[in-house]
Ligand binder design. Structure first.
Ligand SMILES: C[S@@+](CC[C@H](N)C(=O)[O-])C[C@H]1O[C@@H](n2cnc3c(N)ncnc32)[C@H](O)[C@@H]1O
Length: 503
């Protein structure tokens, strides 16, 4: 079964499309002038990156007349920016993480079942799915009711139906999933570090704090001598989730006594600036998928790469332009990839533009004459590359343990492209571009694990392995605990589109 990890179950009362359309109707003359100056003979007002892409080099003066912005500077902005240009990855970062209007600044919530499922009372996988769906829907309804009351009292507050609700394997299979990871940590710690060093764990993106609790409970119950020298740190970008982790720690973990072992640091991994010289394990589950990517298109004749920028005009509308000047991370990524002896594109991620024969690129040129002779887009993991540099610089003695999605359904067009989705009237709506009203959409990327491992080896200079979700669980989980009566095991058969990177 292929699970798309998270579902945003929220309903907004006005569709983003209609808001965007309304915004475009308020076109000022000045903005129309700007549009007409773009040297792409024709341009449609709506964002249609499949049909239109502009060469920034041909529109240099106009392109440079928009001040260059980035997501770090935009953190201070209360409102969405206008009359600026930024790299596509900065646009995505701002859409997801801006503290005032970004997707993660809303009330994100990760579904957690009220108690662990009793697998030996569940008939089979279908029965498990039914029970799980029931609980998920009840949780959602409870949540909606609570929120409606708050919204009715406070007209300025978004209705609770805009709450983002996700599910993750940590929560779905708690505490067994966390226990599998704890076993992995303990064995590797005992083999290589014990008794010379403490067991130090860093978890990036701790969600509800469930993994932290499950790992610490397991270590306490099975290896008290290691427990006494264990320290657990969470690096969490979301203020809401960091508070939730803190309050879970104060209520539930206090009973288990983990309080003095845990430190919650409310910041992005990309703002990390403290060296951790001691050996440590670095965990990150379902965090890579929200790492922003850059967009590259190649000249259809010379194959020269061009990097995508989003230009936001005076109305808040978006244009995508491509510049031949690459920023340092895009340049480094393309250089590293070029020199990886074992790299081949993954068929699960689309048709790589550089793998397409020249005749096909020429046909596409004829079919889409307004794409400035550019190829289909490729989404490159520049934030992941930046993350590797953070690991190398600040966590030189780390060992990594991360998991994420290898591929996703309903992605936008392009190679290694994301799913961009929102829910309207209770229904999940995937859209076909990432250039949508900032903050209302989840932007979720797959990870090419073979490539991620090769880049990790290059940048961090360490050995690393990849395993499918199933392989990892078969090795480290106590599978009897999650087997249903017929022997089917949802912890093995769910998340077939997930993998681990571990060292
Ligand atoms: C999909 S949730 C997964 C939560 C948890 N790991 C789990 O599996 O249940 C992603 C988590 O990563 C956090 N996150 C996303 N980007 C981050 C960043 N740049 N630095 C630190 N945390 C981040 C989110 O706030 C959230 O806690």
């Amino acid at each position: 079964m292929l699970i798309k990890g998270r579902q945003a179950v929220f309903v907004r009362h006005q569709s983003t499309w209609s808001r965007l359309r309304n915004a475009t109707r308020k076109t000022s003359e000045k903005v129309n002038e700007t549009k007409q100056q773009l040297k792409s003979t024709q341009h449609d007002y709506s964002v249609r990156p499949q049909t239109y892409s502009h060469n920034a080099d041909d529109n240099k003066e106009l392109f440079e007349s928009f001040p260059l912005m980035n997501s770090r500077k935009l953190m201070r902005y209360k409102d969405r920016p206008r009359q600026v240009r930024m790299l596509s990855r900065d646009f995505m970062d701002d859409s997801l993480y801006n503290p005032n209007y970004g997707y993660f600044s809303k009330e994100v919530e990760i579904f957690t079942p009220s108690k662990p499922f009793s697998y030996n009372e569940i008939a089979n996988q279908d029965d498990f799915l039914q029970k799980w769906t029931q609980e998920y829907n009840q949780y959602r309804k409870r949540d909606d009711k609570g929120g409606e009351k708050t919204a009715a009292k406070d007209k300025l507050k978004a209705p609770s139906t805009s709450k983002q609700l996700w599910h993750t394997p940590t929560e779905l299979f708690k505490p067994y999933y966390g226990q599998a990871l704890a076993r992995y940590l303990l064995v590797n710690y005992k083999l290589s570090l014990y008794p010379y060093a403490d067991l130090v764990i860093y978890e990036m993106g701790g969600g509800n704090g469930t993994l932290m609790m499950n790992i610490l409970d397991y270590i306490r119950d099975t290896q008290p001598d290691v427990y006494s020298r264990t320290r657990y740190n969470i690096i969490e970008i979301s203020g809401n989730l960091a508070s939730k982790q803190e309050s879970n720690l104060n209520t539930q973990a206090e009973k288990g006594g983990h309080g003095n072992k845990v430190k919650i640091i409310n910041k992005s991994i990309f703002s990390w600036n403290q060296e951790v010289p001691e050996p440590c394990f670095f965990i990150g589950l379902e965090v890579f998928d929200n790492f922003a990517h850059d967009v590259i298109r190649y000249d259809n004749f010379t194959l020269q790469p061009y990097q995508g920028y989003v230009v936001i005009d005076g109305n808040g509308d978006f244009q995508e332009l491509y510049s031949s000047t690459l920023d340092p991370y895009a340049e480094e990524f393309l250089r590293l990839r070029e020199n990886l002896p074992d790299y081949t594109p993954s068929w699960e991620l689309g048709y790589h533009p550089l793998a397409q024969p020249a005749y096909l690129r020429r046909v596409k040129n004829a079919v889409w004459p307004f794409r400035g002779n550019f190829s289909d887009p490729e989404y490159i993991p520049t934030r992941y590359l930046e993350f590797l540099h953070v690991l190398k610089k600040y966590f030189p003695e780390h060992r990594i343990l991360t998991s994420d999605f290898t591929h996703l359904d309903q992605t936008i067009s392009g190679y290694n492209s994301p799913v961009v989705q929102t829910v309207l009237n209770g229904e999940m709506i995937p859209v076909d571009t990432y250039m949508v009203l900032q903050g209302f959409f989840d932007i979720l990327f797959p990870t090419d694990f073979d490539l991620a491992a090769q880049l990790y080896r290059k940048v961090c200079g360490k050995v690393v392995k990849t395993s499918t979700h199933r392989e990892f669980m078969e090795t480290w989980a106590e599978l009897d605990e999650t087997a249903t009566r017929t022997g089917e095991n949802p912890m093995l058969s769910f998340y077939q589109n997930a993998a681990f990177l571990h060292s």
